[in-house]
Design a binder for this molecule. Structure first.
Ligand code: CTP
Length: 398
């Protein structure tokens, strides 16, 4: 199941560290390469020798030990790891990571990795339920860290409650679930729009909006990762182009319309995350407009509604729109869903903190043409992209 996967296992100082020996042994039996990093406190519970014997690789503990090849390679693993498993994740290590502290080999390597990170908390019940620990967990969850809930039962400190490390089989199952590469969009062509359009007033000025493009870029990245052939039509942004995605840059709504229409017929799924300007200056001044009067009148004319047009042209395509509103969210979203002939609309109230433009998170409601409404909690735009694609995948199978 895990053949050839590189898994870094971070062991922090908790009594349940002994159970992680079994986890490492099981992961190894599944074919994974396991590299263990321990905190100094963890070595009071299990010796590095035990993990070395079970994993078949040297164990790193001390960041300040003389640099050996092995230590250097271990840091390189931060970027080569397919998954980082932190078990037991103590209140201390969770707190350090949530607050950007890197003061030992384990916390430093976690900070350096771009791999998915699975945290398995285990600690005394009151510590686990402590508001600060819970806030740290919720902060990390929003940043896409995976968490397993601890089990309930008798704890090493003699009390009973939540806080036990889950059973090794359950941890291994979760690792497999995260690493399972999902190529469920292989063979599908997805057209995504992102960012805000800019409507020129004169050679130096334009009418724009606050869209960052983050949601559309996250969708493009995740869709490509899941096997889709993605074309991203992007307004001007400062974002890095997602790997494996064909990207076309446009400025105005009418340029976006041309680009979208050129790809529409061949697309299976269209997701219109772009914030398209509804109006543009009727004419663009050839030269910079000079500051001559006390007031300046611009005459604006209506831009094409690209999504409305796609709704009319639609044949086999699944059509997904976005509705960013400041009031009467569901009423407006429902109206756009019906009027533009969409299969799904992603609605969010941009006045709510954590749901607006230029944030890394969003709080969305998903509305479907059969009247269903799903309310999602606050989550990162990347996680929301995963959820939206999960839902589209279900719609595709109908
Ligand atoms: N949209 C579009 N072309 C436009 C305006 C919007 O394709 N000219 C798309 C957006 O990409 C989005 C959806 O339509 O997926 C809703 O956009 P929004 O700006 O919220 O709605 P509008 O239809 O423009 O309505 P209003 O501005 O009155 O809220």
């Amino acid at each position: 199941m895990l053949k050839g996967k590189n898994i870094v296992v971070g062991v922090a100082g908790g009594i349940s560290a002994y159970k992680v020996v079994d986890v490492v042994s099981r992961l190894k039996k599944q074919g994974a390469n396991i590299y263990v990093i321990m905190t100094k406190a963890a070595t009071n519970f299990v010796t590095p020798l035990t993990f070395r014997e079970i994993s078949g690789h040297p164990v790193v503990v001390d960041m300040w030990a003389e640099a050996t090849n092995w230590n250097v390679e271990h840091i390189a693993l931060a970027s080569r790891a397919d998954l980082f498993l932190l078990a037991p994740a103590t209140g201390n290590i969770i707190g350090k990571i949530a607050n950007g502290i890197a003061d030992d080999m384990l916390s430093t390597t976690v900070m350096a990795t771009t791999a998915p990170i699975l945290m398995v908390p285990a600690m005394n019940t009151n510590m686990y339920l402590n508001t600060i620990v819970q806030q740290n967990i919720s902060k990390l969850t929003q940043l896409d860290y995976y968490f397993m809930d601890p089990d309930c039962g008798k704890l090493a400190c003699g009390t009973e409650g939540v806080g036990r490390l889950p059973e090794p089989e359950a941890i291994v199952e979760k690792v497999i679930e995260i690493l399972k590469t999902n190529h469920d969009f292989t063979g599908k062509k997805i057209l995504i729009t992102a960012g805000g359009t800019q409507e020129a007033i004169d050679p130096v000025r334009y009418i724009g909006n606050r869209s960052s493009g983050k949601m559309g870029y996250a969708l493009a990245e995740v869709a490509a990762h899941r096997g889709a052939k993605v074309t991203l039509i992007s307004g001007p942004t400062h974002l890095v182009s997602p790997p494996g995605v064909t990207i076309e840059f446009v400025q105005s709504a009418s340029q976006m319309q041309d680009a979208v229409l050129a790809h529409f017929a061949e697309s299976d799924i269209v997701i219109k995350a772009a914030a398209v300007a509804d109006y543009r200056p009727q004419s663009m001044s050839e030269h910079k407009i000079k500051k001559t009067g006390e007031t300046l009148h611009l005459i604006l004319e209506k831009n094409p509604d690209i999504l409305l047009q796609l709704g009319h042209l639609k044949k086999h395509q699944i059509l997904v729109g976005f509705a960013a509103e400041t009031q009467d969210l569901l009423v407006h979203a429902q109206d756009k869903l019906t009027r533009k002939n969409l299969d799904m609309i992603v609605a969010n109230d941009v006045t709510i903190p954590g749901a607006g433009f230029n944030t890394d998170t969003n709080i969305a409601k998903l509305l479907y043409r059969d009247g269903r409404i799903e309310e999602l909690p606050q989550m990162s735009k990347k996680r929301l992209a995963e959820v939206i694609l999960d839902k589209i995948h279900i719609e595709c199978r109908k």
